[in-house]
Design a protein. Structure first.
Length: 448
């Protein structure tokens, strides 16, 4: 902290970055140099300047490196030994036994990459002891599993962060007051909100605890501390295939007699191709209804930007091929922030939701657009949003790659939003709202 911090009344925001983090994170084969784009644009737009905002103070935090013990909190020894080349790797094990092939190849520097990214997210999570908002754009690897790499994700940093936050003290809340004993003894509630275009299978599965009679008796143990909600695209053949990626069942489908398994703390809103700000605006009341019902103390937001218009998808055939038409902030030719845009959603979370927030990165395969998006979200966290027509600074090393607009916004393109082109669409929304309503009542009834 600088010497003025004692007299500085502005709330601090932790921003995780270091030259080592950029160096190692930039090695990720699916996103070469993206980390460099992001952090240099944030710097070139002067967001790291101590005087950028009148109400918020950015506190640049150098991340620590994750230890084997940090990673072992979730990952299996067998996986870590093979992944990191440490301990006693099974001499007969093959890379494919751990998903280390195709879109998750072994690469030079993988050990350092894994430790740097996990360490950065853990540093951000721990910063929430001191600040209300922490940002780690190099984190958000939501497909990694306990013993397997998947979908460009080698380390489950989101899961590791949630496991840390579960142990943090709960935030004082108005509704705790009538019953002081529960206020003193209850555990923290952690909500994980995933905005990446891909379903958060790694994180959702990590905390999934199904029951066949959720309306009567949902989770009974400390796993009621964690709720995951993923808003994503799904369609046949689109990565990842997961039985958890659908809408909640309707109430009539979860009677004890139906024997259907469901976990009201593992939630998902699947959307059709062409998902746009209009669609996010329409479903946002559901997201806030879930938030109110669960009432989190800590909110982890995976801000993957691969649903933004113009994202090329990954280069691997069986992954996405650019299915979203979401805007960062505006509409073509309109400079004010549009409801339902990514910027609008994050502004809602940061300004109107109670609780401390951890913002993580995620997917995003157009590096200049990922840099635009995460710089803009950083400016929102600093309570001084950049104008959407802000020019990319000429001093930015990668300036030529920001054409043809050379401005900050990522406006929508021409892709049709298939969430609205069917006559039964309003029925889809009504149906989704109805399904989430009974789930929210269960959450309220069984709140810790
Ligand atoms: Zn993604």
């Amino acid at each position: 902290m600088n010497s003025n911090s004692a007299t500085d009344s502005r709330a601090a925001i932790a921003y995780i970055v270091s030259t080592d983090l950029i160096k190692w994170s930039s090695l990720l084969p699916s996103n070469p140099k993206r980390s460099l784009f992001v952090h240099t644009l944030v710097k070139d737009l002067e967001l790291l300047s101590p005087s950028y905002s009148a109400t918020r103070r950015i506190r640049v935090v150098r991340p620590r490196t994750a230890t084997y013990e940090d990673l072992e909190v979730y990952h299996s020894k067998e996986y870590l030994n093979f992944l990191l080349g440490e301990g006693e790797p099974d001499p007969d094990a093959l890379p494919e036994d751990f998903g280390l092939e195709d879109d998750c190849p072994l690469f030079p520097g993988l050990n350092e990459y894994v430790r740097a990214v996990a360490g950065a997210t853990l540093t951000a999570a721990n910063a929430l002891k001191l600040v209300d908002v922490a940002i780690c754009w190099d984190g958000g690897r939501h497909h990694a599993q306990k013993a397997r790499a998947s979908g460009f994700c080698y380390v489950a940093d989101c899961v590791l962060a949630i496991l840390i936050l579960k142990r943090f003290p709960p935030m004082p809340q108005a509704r705790d007051t009538p019953d002081k004993s529960s206020a003193n003894t209850r555990k923290a509630r952690v909500m994980y909100l995933d905005l990446d275009v891909h379903f958060s299978d790694g994180v959702s599965q990590a905390f999934y605890q199904p029951t066949t009679t959720p309306a009567i008796k949902p989770r009974t143990n400390s796993n009621r501390q964690v709720l995951t909600l993923s808003i994503h695209h799904t369609s046949p053949g689109f990565f990842p295939a997961s039985p958890l990626s659908g809408l909640p069942p309707s109430l009539s489908e979860v009677t004890p007699a139906s024997n259907r398994s469901f976990d009201p703390y593992t939630l998902s809103i699947p959307l059709n191709r062409g998902l746009s700000s209009q669609t996010y605006r329409a479903i946002w009341p559901i997201v806030e209804r879930v938030k109110d019902a669960f009432d989190p103390d800590y909110i982890v937001v995976q801000c993957g930007v691969d649903a933004l218009a113009g994202d090329p998808g990954s280069s691997t055939e069986f992954k996405s091929v650019g299915v979203g038409n979401w805007s960062l902030g505006g509409r073509t030719g309109v400079s004010e922030v549009e409801e339902g845009s990514l910027g609008w959603c994050i502004e809602r979370v940061l300004s109107t939701w109670q609780g401390k927030k951890l913002l993580l990165g995620g997917g995003g395969y157009h590096s200049p657009n990922a840099a635009r998006a995460w710089a803009y979200l950083t400016s929102i966290a600093l309570d001084k949003p950049l104008h959407l027509d802000t020019g990319i600074p000429l001093t930015h090393d990668e300036f030529p790659l920001y054409g043809p607009s050379f401005t900050l916004d990522v406006p929508p393109g021409n892709m049709e939003d298939l969430n609205w082109d069917r006559e039964e669409e309003s029925q889809f929304l009504r149906d989704a709202k109805e399904r989430f309503e009974w789930v929210c009542k269960v959450l309220e009834m069984h709140r810790l």
